[in-house]
Design a protein around this ligand. Structure first.
Ligand code: URA
Length: 200
């Protein structure tokens, strides 16, 4: 079993925070073992908790549309969340829950060795770019530990806000060029070749 699958197994039985008591299924994330692009959302919602897969509800449909718009295949990227279990009634994750889960996200980043990390929403942004609002940070790539971080709004926030939707569609179109720029900056730390973003 690969280290990434081993980690997913650990996540699925984790009891390190109270969210584990309310979950149907933990949602470790999904995608190839090495990727150019890692998308990080906030936390699983109802549908994700039922299925154990990230972004499969309404926000996921919008994410799929966004990826399609940028010519990116969902199967070429890894998708996960800051917190791997659903908070009750989809409330915001608490600092202690984010802290308890951070070891998993850190290991995923290490193993996946993405060139670009796309943060979806403010909780994901806060891990990489503390003290900056998403309205200021979105679509501005920045360096982080030898990788690029590309902040975006959360698709769920745009479901009922036409203005944010417009930003999301504009911003994601820039992603292939950000990945290309990161690729030109040289090899990743991981020895294995990443799953390259291929245009549809
Ligand atoms: N919202 C998230 O942040 N993550 C999901 O997986 C689904 C909705």
């Amino acid at each position: 079993m690969s280290a990434l699958s081993e980690l997913a197994k650990q996540i699925s039985v984790c009891t390190d925070c109270p969210l584990s008591r309310g979950r149907t299924k933990a949602v470790p994330g999904e995608g190839p073992e090495h990727v150019d692009a890692l998308f990080i959302g906030e936390a699983p919602g109802y549908h994700e908790d039922q299925q154990g897969r990230p972004f499969v509800g309404p926000a996921g449909k919008l994410l799929d549309e966004l990826l399609g718009q940028a010519g990116i295949r969902r199967t070429d990227v890894f998708i996960t969340n800051v917190v791997k279990c659903r908070p009750p009634n989809n409330r915001d994750p608490l600092p202690a829950e984010i802290e308890a889960c951070s070891k998993y996200l850190d290991q995923q980043i290490e193993l996946l060795a993405p060139r670009v990390i796309i943060t979806l929403g403010r909780y994901s942004l806060a891990k990489f770019v503390p003290n900056e609002t998403i309205s200021k940070a979105h679509a501005k790539p920045r360096a982080w530990n030898g990788r690029m971080v590309f902040p975006m709004y959360h698709p769920a926030a745009a479901l009922h806000n036409e203005g944010l939707r417009k930003y999301l569609f504009e911003d994601i179109k820039r992603l292939p060029e950000v990945v290309e720029a990161a690729r030109k900056q040289g090899p990743q730390e991981s020895g294995q070749g990443p799953k390259q973003l291929s245009l549809l």
